[in-house]
Each structure stands twice: as structure tokens, then as C-alpha cells.
Design a protein around this ligand. Structure first.
Ligand SMILES: [Zn+2]
Ligand SMILES: [Zn+2]
Length: 143
């Protein structure tokens, strides 16, 4: 059995590690950008596998962390983390976005089958979901 770090109390030995998101190169978490969050396996309450990178040194990290650890970086003011995909969910402002409505959209796709021939316009129907965040941000995704 591998040696546990001395700082870890025995009670936590069976818990997934929960280190803060951190860039060891820059010795700060100020430049971190979360790229993806995946469910941890085996499932553990509040625990995710997170991939992130440091925009200062471009170093990428992957680790297991609690949702709170990830939220510290995600909710930092001043840095737009954008939309984050989390399993089948989309997160904005660190929260799952809620479905506001479902739409049937038409997309017109112009396609030139052969050079020199007239361009034909095709109509493509797709079902979409309109997702909204409490901050007012909305986006539409194919269902
Ligand atoms: Zn860095
Ligand atoms: Zn938002």
C-alpha cells in the first residue's frame, strides 16, 4: 500500500483527494481556466474529475476535486469562463443551465453540388433546447 502523506488524517484515507485547483508552476490559481468537468468514477458525492489549464504557462492539469474546489475557480469574478460542458449538462456561472423552452428550428444550408452549378438551398430541421442561466445568459443547443 502506498504511503499516505503525513498531513492526511486516517479518516480521510477512503475519501477521494480534494486538493484545490492550483498551478504548481506559477504557484497561483489566478490564471486557471476550467476546460471540462466529468463525473468521478466510482461515483462519490460532490466529487468530479476536472481538467483545467493555466493561461499563464499553458500547463494542463487533471485531478479529482470537490464541486466547491472547482467553483472557486469558476466563480471568480473578472474571468469569463464561458459555457462549460458537464456530462450532459451545460454550466454557466458555475451552475447547471435550465431548459427554458424547446424549439424546432430551420437551418438553411446552401450547397453547391458542383462548381459552376447554381447553389441549391436545403432546409434542415433540428430540435433545439433553449437553456438559460440565472445571470440572463441564454444559449440554444441541438437536442
Ligand atoms: Zn501556470
Ligand atoms: Zn450565467
Amino acid at each position: 500500500m502506498p504511503a499516505q502523506p503525513a498531513s492526511r488524517v486516517p479518516d480521510e484515507a477512503h475519501q477521494p483527494p480534494d486538493e484545490p485547483l492550483w498551478c504548481a508552476h506559477c504557484n497561483t490559481d489566478q490564471h486557471l481556466l476550467v476546460n471540462s468537468i466529468q463525473s468521478h468514477y466510482p461515483p462519490a458525492p460532490n466529487t468530479v474529475d476536472v481538467a483545467y489549464e493555466c493561461r499563464a504557462c499553458r500547463y494542463s492539469y487533471e485531478q479529482t476535486a470537490s464541486v466547491q474546489r472547482v467553483a472557486v475557480v469558476l466563480n471568480r469574478p473578472g474571468i469569463s469562463q464561458g459555457v462549460l460542458q458537464f456530462g450532459g449538462q451545460y454550466l454557466h456561472c458555475g451552475e447547471p443551465m435550465k431548459t427554458r423552452s424547446c424549439e424546432l428550428r430551420t437551418i438553411e444550408a446552401s450547397l453547391a453540388l458542383q462548381p459552376g452549378r447554381p447553389v441549391r438551398v436545403y432546409e434542415v430541421y433540428i430540435n433545439t433546447r433553449v437553456l438559460g442561466c440565472k445571470c440572463g445568459f441564454r444559449m440554444e443547443t441541438p437536442d
